[in-house]
Design a protein around this ligand. Structure first.
Ligand code: RIB
Length: 317
């Protein structure tokens, strides 16, 4: 490997409380769940963890509460080799997420922000040095928007490439879109950000074009089992996903962004980084949990080689 740019993740850190269910209760109804577990999550921490596991040179910037979970979250990230000097304690409670996973492997998530919600732009100034080191900066939307905007501006000023995962989706100000290099909505977020409900690949491309016209150099739409669609100056390209048996899609989008960043940090083209990211995310959905489902580098490379040689089935529409 000739070079490996640093990756800085600015974002949320959550304890995940995961409930597997068969039937969702209606209002006024009580039903039994299938299984309860606790895991390590938060869209920011998931990206930092997966990128570290895939071999990235990663630093996490975030806030946790003074509770036991905050210290544990840092230890878990550090175990994968992620630098955690930018994770500071703020307030009492770390972020918590109630993750409901159905038999179809889909998830519904309710987040209590905790310390993530107190991570203001002023707080971020304490970690400005980490944003000045260039490389790639990964952002999501589980911390205050003003902090995301400042992080993107500082990253740009430090010549970093800025990736924004617009999750959970909220209206994005132009000042933010204009300092984003790569925007990575899933299809739900694409619909929320454009006010359209794209039903075909052609409509997904149109919606991605609408977003790209507002500033980002590239828009990558994460399409789950359909792989992803990359729209950049070279036009639209789709990257199919290998057929896998999905059991839990929690954190798959985070794994995608992590793998994309690791590949770009190693000087891959956007197209090659998309191929790598689609395969990494496909592996992650075959396991339970958010951080717990992040694949090892060797697994991604092996499956990618099989995909490239055509020895593994690719989903096509
Ligand atoms: O993207 C999955 C993550 O969303 C979960 O880990 C949960 O913590 C929420 O942040």
């Amino acid at each position: 490997m000739s070079r490996r740019l640093p990756i800085t993740v600015v974002g949320s850190i959550n304890r995940d409380i995961v409930v597997h269910y068969d039937t969702l209760p209606r209002i006024g109804e009580t039903v039994f769940g299938e299984h309860l577990s606790f895991g390590h999550g938060g869209k920011g921490a998931n990206q930092a963890f997966a990128a570290s596991r895939l071999g990235g040179d990663v630093a996490m910037v975030g806030r946790v509460g003074q509770d036991e979970y905050g210290a544990l979250a840092c230890r878990v990230l550090a175990t994968e080799g992620c630098a955690v000097a930018g994770v500071r304690t703020l307030g009492d409670l770390s972020g918590q997420a109630l993750v409901l996973v159905g038999r179809d492997a889909g998830n519904r998530i309710l987040v209590i922000k905790g310390a993530n919600g107190q991570f203001t732009a002023r707080e971020l100034e304490r970690d400005a040095a980490l944003l000045a080191r260039g490389g790639l900066v990964l952002l999501q939307l589980e911390i205050p928007l003003e902090t995301v905007v400042l992080a993107a501006e500082k990253a740009r000023a430090g010549s970093a490439r800025v990736l924004l995962d617009p999750a959970p989706a909220i209206a994005l100000p132009l000042e933010l879109l204009q300092v984003i290099d790569i925007l990575t909505p899933n299809q739900t977020e694409l619909a929320a950000l454009t006010g359209r409900a794209p039903a075909s690949h052609a409509e997904v491309i149109e919606a991605a074009q609408q977003l790209r016209a507002q500033g980002p150099g590239a828009v990558i739409v994460k399409m789950g089992a359909e792989g992803c669609l990359l729209l950049d100056a070279n036009g639209p390209r789709r990257f199919a996903a290998p057929a896998v048996e999905a059991i839990d899609t929690t954190g798959a989008g985070d794994c995608f962004n992590a793998a994309l960043a690791v590949s770009l940090a190693e000087d891959a083209s956007l197209a090659d980084a998309c191929r790598f990211a689609v395969v990494a995310a496909s592996l992650s959905v075959t396991r339970q949990g958010a951080q717990a489902s992040a694949p090892q580098r060797v697994e991604v490379e092996e499956l990618l080689a099989r995909v490239t040689t055509g020895s593994v089935q690719i989903r096509r529409r």
